[in-house]
Ligand binder design. Structure first.
Ligand code: GPP
Ligand code: MG
Length: 286
């Protein structure tokens, strides 16, 4: 099969190709410089309070301290997601849908010692993450694939836990949860951390949420869609945590950092006006 055939097979619409192009080109310091702090590259935001000592000390290393702190808060977010996965043993297989440069997958393998499969529609991210797996000496346990999360190719009922760490806003949730429900074992756990818009604010996204959509070419879902799509696919929520207040300090720090990308004020406006939440939802497959 040629590379072109593979690409057409994985990316079934022009929209998906455009999203893949975005992530194939992306090399923002906000992701690469933070990743270089510990060698674990994240594609999600942070949670928790900012340590005020980053604002003290010599001026010439202030930026470096802020970068380290942002990375610490992003790692705390991934740790919080992994806390929700339940009992995972070394023999289990778990699935990272929308795995980016691999950060959450590597932390999962470190914590549980189990096999982790990551999938991404960006060939470049898959290559980067597989290079990382080799450098870390875990290529036999952590494996990244150029695949579509709506058609992930794994056998039915083989996965103990699956998650989306800020990647559900690119896909139809009903199709996504149907595919997760197919591969999860009975009693398996699904977890997402996501930005979703507040149904109480109105039936359409706010201006600030629309700006976030335009920035990442994504389509942020209303909160209600998550529960409707889970319910339609035998995924029963067990825990919901509103992380909005916990992520605001990260965005305030990011807004004044040297690696701000220009989307910071839209996130701060959306969170503070209540049109948008940062939510963790965990569900069991029944
Ligand atoms: C990935 O993080 C971000 C997204 C997939 C965008 C949508 C997320 C929402 C919660 C709405 P990233 O670390 O690649 O983004 P950035 O480059 O801005 O840090
Ligand atoms: Mg980032």
């Amino acid at each position: 099969m040629t590379v072109l055939d593979t690409r057409t097979e994985v990316l079934s619409t022009r929209y998906q190709q455009a999203v893949a192009d975005y992530w194939n080109k992306e090399k923002d310091p906000v992701n690469l410089r933070l990743g270089e702090v510990t060698g674990t590259f994240h594609h999600h935001y942070g949670i928790g309070d900012v340590d005020p000592s980053v604002f003290e000390g010599p001026e010439d290393t202030r930026d470096e301290r802020i970068i380290r702190e942002m990375h610490r808060l992003e790692t705390a977010q991934a740790d919080f997601l992994l806390d929700q996965l339940g009992d995972i043993g070394p023999e289990d297989r778990i699935l990272d849908a929308g795995s980016g440069r691999g950060g959450t997958s590597f932390l999962a393998n470190l914590r549980f010692g189990c096999h982790v499969d990551g999938i991404s529609i960006s060939e470049k991210q898959v290559r980067f993450a597989n290079d990382q797996a080799r450098q870390r000496g875990v290529a036999d346990k952590v494996d990244f694939h150029f695949r579509n999360m709506l058609d992930n190719g794994f056998p039915a009922a083989t996965v103990r836990a699956a998650w989306n760490n800020e990647s559900t806003m690119y896909v139809d949730l009903f199709k996504l949860f149907e595919e997760h429900a197919r591969v999860l074992k009975p009693g398996g756990r699904y977890v997402t951390i996501t930005g979703c818009y507040n149904d109480v604010h109105g039936r359409q996204p706010s201006r600030a949420v629309s700006q976030i959509d335009a920035h990442y070419i994504c389509d942020i879902h209303p909160r209600s869609d998550y529960f409707a799509a889970m319910s339609a696919n035998n995924l029963v929520p067990i825990s919901v945590v509103d992380l909005t207040a916990a992520t605001i300090p990260y965005w305030e720090l990011r807004a004044e950092s040297s690696v701000a990308t220009g989307i910071e004020q839209a996130f701060l406006t959306a969170y503070k006006e209540g049109s948008f939440h940062y939510l963790m939802i965990a569900a069991d497959k029944v």
